[in-house]
Ligand binder design. Structure first.
Ligand code: DC
Length: 231
């Protein structure tokens, strides 16, 4: 069967990663979490004093460090573990401290160019589900299936808060909500490749859907798309 590229974009904590991951598992495709790559660059910058306690970002230092930053994924059973220069940083990149700094780092054009090139290289053989903010617009504008996921900021903050607690990460709901709203704003208004729905994307508002319903919805869209492909 012909393999395709599936781009799942949307707001932070909209549930796009879990549905993208589940679809990849069901159909035997590779899953790539592009947000994890921006988070890993942010972690590198934080560890190396390129972001101070007030969130001031030293853009020039990050840009010159880019050649020293290697990001990849290590497959561990059903999990994809993000690596930064060979070290597994999967848990660390999910901490609130990283979430609070990731938007300004991901607004740096040089960071975007480097990560976009890496993301494109993952898609060369197709058979990939990638989630993020600009996958359907910039990384894979020719993806055969594009989804744009949204849900209210409160729904997303509630999910994120629950997720953090389940992982044993200390969290405060108001702080999580403020982070969600602020990230939306920075992601939507940055000059370089802002969060934007691709014109040919299919919208999904999953505020009132269960996880099973959204997984099924996405699988249905995949099957429809594959059926329509020229033989
Ligand atoms: O999906 P996430 O919340 O883990 O993404 C973390 C941040 O990375 C998010 O605030 C915006 C940025 N990002 C991006 O700019 N482009 C992408 N393709 C994916 C994520």
């Amino acid at each position: 069967m012909q393999r395709i590229i599936i781009a799942v974009d949307g707001y932070s904590s909209s549930g796009k990663s879990s549905m993208a991951k589940q679809l990849a598992r069901t159909i035997g495709y590779r899953y790539v979490d592009s947000g994890a790559m921006y988070r890993a660059v942010t972690l590198y910058a934080m560890r190396n004093g390129m972001i101070d306690a007030d969130g001031q970002v030293d853009t020039a230092a990050i840009v010159s460090a880019l050649p020293m930053i290697e990001i990849d994924f290590k497959v561990d059973g059903e999990r994809q573990l993000t690596t930064l220069n060979g070290e597994i940083v999967e848990d660390e990149i999910r901490q609130m401290a990283v979430s609070n700094n990731v938007s300004p780092v991901s607004a740096i054009p040089e960071v975007r160019h480097r990560l976009t090139a890496l993301q494109k290289s993952f898609g060369i053989e197709k058979g990939i589900v990638m989630d993020g903010r600009d996958i359907g617009t910039t990384v894979f504008p020719d993806a055969e299936l594009k989804i744009f996921v949204n849900a209210s900021a409160e729904t997303r903050a509630r999910r994120r808060y629950r997720e953090l607690l389940e992982k044993g990460v200390e969290a405060n709901y108001e702080e999580v909500l403020a982070n969600v709203v602020e990230r939306d704003h920075i992601d939507e208004t940055r000059a370089e490749s802002p969060l934007r729905r691709a014109d040919d994307a299919i919208d999904l508002d999953n505020s009132a859907m269960t996880i099973e319903e959204q997984n099924q919805w996405l699988l249905d869209r995949f099957e429809e798309t594959v059926k329509r492909l020229p033989k």
